[in-house]
Ligand binder design. Structure first.
Ligand SMILES: [Zn+2]
Length: 118
């Protein structure tokens, strides 16, 4: 015995269409076997977030777990790049704040003189 993945009704093993809701159960069983979490897809999503997002949108109906792997990889990638850009911005702001430091100023003037006399 197997059960309809849509409505949960008991089905004959050879049933192709669910008598309860009319959905084709054979296709769903086949895709359900294929559907599993995949680190490879998550990694691809991480490397190419756009591809991960696209695959997530394509697969989310038929193979939700595989789609989630892609989506998660893409999400992690996006979060990591956001964290990095925030860290970089903070670092730049930090350096800028200390740009008033005499050492920086002196170096800057030095550069100006170089421009003037060369
Ligand atoms: Zn059904």
């Amino acid at each position: 015995m197997k059960y309809c993945t849509k409505c949960g009704k008991e089905l004959f093993d050879e049933a192709v269409i669910c008598p309860g809701c009319g959905c084709s159960c054979e296709n769903q069983v086949a895709s359900a076997e294929e559907d599993k979490k995949s680190f490879a897809w998550a990694f691809l999503g991480f490397l190419v977030p756009v591809a991960g997002l696209i695959l997530y949108l394509i697969w989310r109906d038929k193979t939700p777990l595989k789609a989630k792997s892609c989506g998660k990889g893409a999400l992690v990638s996006v979060i990591v790049s956001i964290i990095f850009s925030i860290a970089f911005t903070a670092l730049s702001a930090f350096v800028f704040m200390f740009a008033d430091d005499p050492v920086f100023e002196e170096a800057y003037q030095y550069e100006m003189y170089d421009d003037m006399y060369l």
